[in-house]
Design a protein around this ligand. Structure first.
Ligand SMILES: *[C@@H]1O[C@H](CO)[C@@H](O)[C@H](O)[C@H]1NC(C)=O
Ligand SMILES: *[C@@H]1O[C@H](CO)[C@@H](O)[C@H](O)[C@H]1NC(C)=O
Ligand SMILES: *[C@@H]1O[C@H](CO)[C@@H](O)[C@H](O)[C@H]1NC(C)=O
Ligand SMILES: *[C@@H]1O[C@H](CO)[C@@H](O)[C@H](O)[C@H]1NC(C)=O
Ligand SMILES: *[C@@H]1O[C@H](CO)[C@@H](O)[C@H](O)[C@H]1NC(C)=O
Ligand SMILES: *[C@@H]1O[C@H](CO)[C@@H](O)[C@H](O)[C@H]1NC(C)=O
Ligand SMILES: *[C@@H]1O[C@H](CO)[C@@H](O)[C@H](O)[C@H]1NC(C)=O
Ligand SMILES: *[C@@H]1O[C@H](CO)[C@@H](O)[C@H](O)[C@H]1NC(C)=O
Ligand SMILES: *[C@@H]1O[C@H](CO)[C@@H](O)[C@H](O)[C@H]1NC(C)=O
Ligand SMILES: *[C@@H]1O[C@H](CO)[C@@H](O)[C@H](O)[C@H]1NC(C)=O
Length: 677
């Protein structure tokens, strides 16, 4: 017997060896070879050809528009030519003067860069200040000037300079940041750290006065206000990070040199003529989800979860989708149309395959340019530059029958976020986490204000209403608030932590995220996380694994068993598909199978009773079990990558301890204090 297995067994950590009798559905599902043609009504490229990705014809019911084949043609990927949004200069300047101004700015910035100052942070902020006049008075010329400067100083490779600063990538966004940020203050420190970690140190969490954040103080007896379980349990599906790649090229390079592989325009630099690894029809580790994989996953959901859309089937009570629909294309290939196409295609497939409503959060890839959402307080039209997307998503969700017209209107004004009461009585609050995402460069403007977008004051008012009405709430978002603290900005996650503490456990029952593509969780505690134990554990953040295999992961999804009285989770089943098997599939499609039941995997370690919910106390106890038996972290690590053969191991005490620390870190402030392992 393997030593790890033995240790776990002796420690009583594995509570049941037999496959539990209460499985929700079948243990595994093998997709049929070929493509479920009925998934779409018509095709540009028919699924009959095994060597090519099928190209369904997608009609957008919101825009009343059929997307052209050219948009997703894998052999001729179009570049983005969407309208560029620039700050409006206070006075009109003649063209010649504008060029002269930009030339002067470039000279000034260049001499600052060439200067021998060793204070890199001040130097960077001074250069930003010297560049600001160009962004204010000649904004349209700034992206090219930035690309030129980037190349001239070999800041990045020429290609990366284009992808960072060109007008059809992030050039217009950086121009807005230059124009509106306080470049010599805290904003400048965030900007400079983002441009290069060596320029300025990562700013720490700023002090937050939480005394007047909430309309009412927290009830003293909050933990007694948690409603009782009803004993009626329903099935809730959690999907995330689908990342559909409609431009996936079967037989192209699956081992490309950088970024997104399985693309006809992205080779391995050591083998430009012939792929080192040929992209299989069903997907690969460095690639996003081809239609064939996405549909295999969707077909597997019914049999594995024991649910279906038929009259006699048990329906899913609802599905959570925690964001990211669009593929990881290089910036110049992302467009408004590709975003709208993907939103329409995926939500249409969900409608076709899933029973019950889908409640979704907007992910950082569900916008164009990727990651970017602007706060409404940017001047003029700039505050509304992504409204086309909120309009589109809200109308699609309403079209599919998942939210009402009133809720759709709320999503239009709250950056795609909304608050909805399900017909079981649970309230779901979905919010746009791009306002704490480091790669949403617009968050560097007004960085001293942790709620520059207003998302959190809206969330507080929704939670207060829920408390007043004795409702329980699930919060859903895309980018996780903590873990190792690398993805979000510190100040908004510190604010969120205070909100979670104020409204847990009596109002907030659970929190859900995606984004990392991995299977993780985080516990939030009382007293701003200063004392972390079973008594102070208040709420859990569940991070669900992705459908996409990118990066080096297997494909997966999860089912929760939920009580309709307390809306706690009583078990969670995670399913996965082994991506390493795809190259040899010829008689069947992919297999999806049960990976583990959370209660079975960790219940013993937590000393948890059969009838107790998998709440924050449970998860804290799991982390205590891990501290006692570090091998349990190794099991967690196996699940973290969905049993991928490519997952990095976590067998050293340093790695194991770091992970336990991340599990207890619901904010950047906490996660960044962990000894990284
Ligand atoms: C360049 O810097 C000089 C010295 O600080 C300043 O006088 C001048 O206005 C700057 N030029 C531009 C175009 O901003
Ligand atoms: C910076 O230092 C180098 C060599 O140390 C020198 O050649 C150059 O002139 C200096 N530049 C400035 C702007 O002082
Ligand atoms: C990068 O671009 C600059 C300016 O266009 C050019 O001088 C340089 O040769 C290019 N470098 C490479 C490696 O292509
Ligand atoms: C909690 O406290 C409030 C007043 O602060 C009281 O009205 C309520 O009955 C208490 N509830 C429980 C379950 O103790
Ligand atoms: C993938 O490419 C890298 C170099 O880019 C190479 O080292 C590696 O061996 C390749 N793997 C396979 C399986 O071809
Ligand atoms: C479960 O698998 C059995 C065969 O092993 C099959 O007959 C049955 O239809 C499957 N159930 C579902 C829901 O697919
Ligand atoms: C910065 O914050 C202030 C105060 O909240 C606000 O008036 C202003 O519009 C914000 N500026 C931008 C560009 O977001
Ligand atoms: C979790 O459930 C246990 C068992 O019912 C309970 O004692 C504990 O207070 C709960 N914890 C939270 C944070 O609700
Ligand atoms: C795939 O086809 C080849 C040739 O027909 C066969 O030898 C091989 O066993 C098949 N592989 C699988 C997984 O069915
Ligand atoms: C919460 O704790 C973190 C350190 O973990 C600290 O940076 C932050 O300022 C604290 N927040 C509040 C509101 O006290």
């Amino acid at each position: 017997m393997a030593p790890l297995f033995m240790t776990l067994l002796l420690a009583g950590l594995i509570s049941s060896l037999a496959v539990a009798s209460s499985l929700p559905g079948n243990v595994s599902y093998v997709a049929a070879a070929g493509f479920p043609t009925s998934a779409f009504s018509s095709y540009y490229v028919s699924p009959a050809l095994p060597t090519q990705e099928p190209q369904p014809i997608i009609y957008d019911p919101v825009l009343d528009h059929t997307f052209p084949f050219e948009l997703t043609d894998p052999d001729n990927i179009p570049n983005n030519h969407d309208e560029a949004h620039f700050p409006v200069p206070p006075i009109h300047m003649p063209t010649r003067k504008r060029y002269k101004l930009v030339q002067g700015v470039v000279n000034n910035v260049s001499s600052i860069i060439r200067s021998n100052s060793t204070d890199h942070c001040t130097k960077c902020k001074t250069a930003l200040a010297a560049a600001k006049p160009a962004a204010l008075h000649a904004p349209g010329l700034v992206p090219n000037a930035m690309v030129d400067l980037c190349k001239a100083f070999a800041f990045h490779s020429n290609q990366t300079c284009e992808q960072d600063f060109a007008i059809n990538a992030f050039g217009t966004v950086w121009t807005q940041v230059l124009a509106f940020a306080d470049v010599e203050g805290l904003d400048g420190e965030y900007i400079c750290h983002s441009l290069n970690k060596k320029f300025c140190p990562d700013p720490k969490t700023s002090p937050l006065d939480s005394s007047s954040l909430f309309p009412k103080p927290k009830p003293k007896n909050a933990s007694q206000l948690v409603p009782k379980a009803r004993g009626e349990r329903v099935k809730v599906l959690h999907l995330s990070d689908f990342h559909l790649d409609a431009r996936y090229a079967v037989s192209s390079e699956a081992n490309c040199s950088s970024k997104l592989c399985c693309r006809s325009d992205n080779d391995n630099e050591h083998s430009e003529d012939k792929p080192l690894v040929s992209a299989p029809a069903y997907g690969s580790f460095k690639c996003d989800t081809p239609y064939d994989l996405g549909l295999a996953a969707l077909q597997a959901i019914g049999p594995l979860t024991g649910s279906g859309r038929g009259k006699h089937d048990e329906h899913l009570a609802w599905t959570l989708y925690t964001g990211d629909l669009v593929s990881h294309d290089p910036a110049p290939q992302i467009s408004k149309a590709l975003t709208q196409y993907t939103e329409t295609s995926i939500y249409g497939m969900f409608k076709h395959y899933l029973s019950g409503p889908v409640f979704a959060a907007l992910g950082n890839h569900d916008t164009s340019p990727a990651n970017i959402d602007s706060p409404h307080n940017l001047p003029g039209r700039l505050g509304e530059q992504q409204s086309w997307n909120y309009e589109h998503l809200a109308a699609l969700w309403q079209h599919e029958g998942w939210i009402s017209r009133e809720t759709a209107d709320e999503a239009r004004t709250h950056y795609g976020g909304y608050s909805v009461k399900t017909h079981y009585g649970l309230r779901i609050i979905s919010f746009n986490t791009d306002f704490w995402l480091r790669s949403n460069f617009l968050t560097f403007i007004n960085a001293t204000n942790p709620d520059n977008s207003g998302v959190f004051s809206w969330m507080i008012s929704e939670l207060q209403k829920a408390e007043d009405a004795n409702e329980r709430v699930w919060i859903i978002g895309h980018v996780l608030s903590g873990w190792d603290g690398t993805n979000p900005l510190p100040n908004p996650t510190d604010l969120f932590y205070q909100i979670v503490e104020r409204y847990s456990p009596h109002v907030i029952a659970n929190i859900f995220f995606g984004h990392t593509h991995q299977d993780q969780f985080m516990v939030y505690y009382a007293n701003n996380g200063t004392v972390q134990n079973a008594q102070t554990a208040l709420a859990t953040g569940w991070i669900v694994p992705s459908v996409t295999p990118l990066t080096n992961l297997n494909s997966g999804f999860r089912l929760y068993e939920v009580d309709t009285g307390d809306f706690n989770i009583y078990d969670a089943w995670t399913f996965y598909s082994d991506v390493a098997a795809y190259p040899s599939l010829n008689e069947t499609g992919p297999t999806f199978q049960l990976e583990y039941s959370t209660r079975e995997a960790y219940g013993g370690a937590a000393g948890w009773d059969q009838d107790d919910p998998l709440n924050a106390t449970f998860w804290h106890r799991v982390t205590e079990g891990m501290e006692k038996h570090l091998e349990l972290v190794t099991l967690f690590n196996e699940y973290q990558g969905k049993k991928s053969v490519k997952s990095p191991a976590c067998v050293t005490p340093a790695c194991q301890k770091a992970k336990v620390c991340y599990m207890r870190s619901g904010s950047v402030a906490l996660g960044s204090q962990c000894l990284q392992g």
